[in-house]
Design a protein around this ligand. Structure first.
Ligand code: NAD
Ligand code: TYD
Length: 359
């Protein structure tokens, strides 16, 4: 039975990954979820799995060296799947330091713990161990509107404190591979969407605001492009890279699903109106008139687009969920989880929202 140490498993992608893995492997694997439960971490995301004998949760800061060492000493970890991070670009512009702390220092702590636990006397590593570092396409910088893609060979050119901190963490992982032949893979994925995404990010923010008849804030001209991937497809890619990825390699993950932000917002409005039943009072609130242009994000990257050729050729991964289906599934999930949304948007989120959008 393989033991996975998942960091940041109470966040958006981490919790979807845990559900995906138990859905696929059931009792054949063991998952230890380490998460500090910052504003972005939420144990409600994991209610369905918390009673499992092969699942455990530990509220620990990945920067806490002693606590992390103890976890590696007390458990024979086979795979580290490292999601834990500060992840929101706008927050990184306002408060960069915590991004360096968690994303860079936290990754260094984890790398050292895994190295100490897995290294043999001759400097080689125990067979079958792997550190999967979950990263982003934002490390590659910004593409021109009219062409080009991010390949694994594209030079790093991060622009925001968030992407700079992720780029630094990737570099640390690469340095462990080069220096120690440390068994690792890096995945650089495009923008994800799906259930459990915190409503500070574009898609859930627009769904939530539209349903409440609140302005839909569009940064700049709304023509920035992101390459959207349904979160289950990302979970599947990570599982496949753990199983089949060549040690030391990086794999870009994305599905050739580029859309301008304004297009996304129009699709959300149209899909909400299609899905809301006749007579539901929210139908009167959802409208294109809510679209409001606001000041652009500082250093706003124009376009991201992944070339997923390598992961397709070497590993056989391809996205399965078409955007039109994925967005319906996502909206259906938010309809069914109104209480989740109310819980995460009360308290601190209100303060963040007021400061960020000056309302
Ligand atoms: P998220 O913000 O939803 O979740 C992050 C989780 O990490 C939270 O549960 C939080 O409590 C936890 N965490 C934060 N600091 C911690 C610390 N010091 N110790 C322990 N836990 C801590 O993020 P997400 O969107 O699920 O992203 C997960 C990973 O995937 C990140 O590394 C991110 O860079 C990467 N990624 C995200 C996207 C995307 O579109 N969301 C795309 C590509 C890559
Ligand atoms: P976001 O979900 O924050 O992801 P990222 O910046 O990591 O790609 O933003 C996606 C795009 O949507 C990005 O171009 C910024 C834009 N955006 C808005 O126009 N308005 C908003 O309120 C938010 C949160 C994002």
């Amino acid at each position: 039975m393989k033991t996975y140490l998942v960091t940041g498993g109470a966040g958006f992608i981490g919790s979807n990954f845990i559900h995906y893995m138990f859905g696929k492997y059931g009792d054949e694997i063991r998952i230890i979820n380490v998460d500090l439960l910052t504003y972005a971490g939420n144990l409600e995301n994991l209610k369905e799995v918390e009673g499992r004998d092969n699942y455990s949760f530990l509220k620990v800061d990945i920067c806490d060296k002693k606590a992390m060492e103890a976890i590696f000493t007390e458990n024979d970890i086979d795979y580290v799947v490292h999601f834990a991070a500060e992840t929101h670009v706008d927050r990184s512009i306002r408060n960069p330091e915590v991004f360096v702390q968690t994303n860079v220092l936290g990754t260094a702590v984890l790398l050292n713990c895994a190295k100490a636990a897995w290294e043999l006397e001759d400097g080689s590593f125990r067979q079958g161990k792997k550190f999967l570092h979950v990263s982003t396409d934002e490390v590659y910088g910004s593409l021109e509107e009219d062409g080009g893609y991010f390949y694994e060979t594209t030079p790093y050119a991060p622009h925001s404190p968030y992407s700079a901190s992720k780029a630094s963490s990737d570099m640390l992982v690469k340095s462990y591979v080069d220096t120690y032949q440390f068994p690792a893979n890096i995945t650089n994925c495009s923008n994800n969407y799906g259930p459990y995404q915190f409503p500070e990010k574009l898609i859930p923010l627009m769904i939530n605001n539209a349903l409440h008849g609140k302005p839909l804030p569009v940064y700049g001209d709304g023509k920035n492009v992101r390459d959207w991937l349904y979160v289950d497809d990302h979970a599947k890619a990570i599982d496949m890279v753990i199983a089949k990825g060549r040690l030391g390699e990086t794999y870009n993950v994305g599905g050739h699903n580029e859309k301008q932000n304004l297009e996304i917002i129009h699709i959300i409005i149209e899909t909400l109106l299609e899905m809301l039943p006749e007579g539901d009072k929210r139908r009167t609130l959802v409208s294109k008139d809510l679209i409001t242009y606001v000041e652009d994000r500082k250093g706003h990257d124009r376009r991201y687009a992944i070339a997923p050729d390598k992961i397709k050729a070497e590993i056989g991964w391809e996205p399965e969920t078409m955007f039109k289906d994925g967005i319906r599934q996502t909206i259906a999930w938010y309809f069914a989880h109104e209480e989740w949304m109310e819980n995460v948007t009360s308290g601190d989120y209100q303060k963040y929202y007021k400061e960020m959008y000056q309302v």
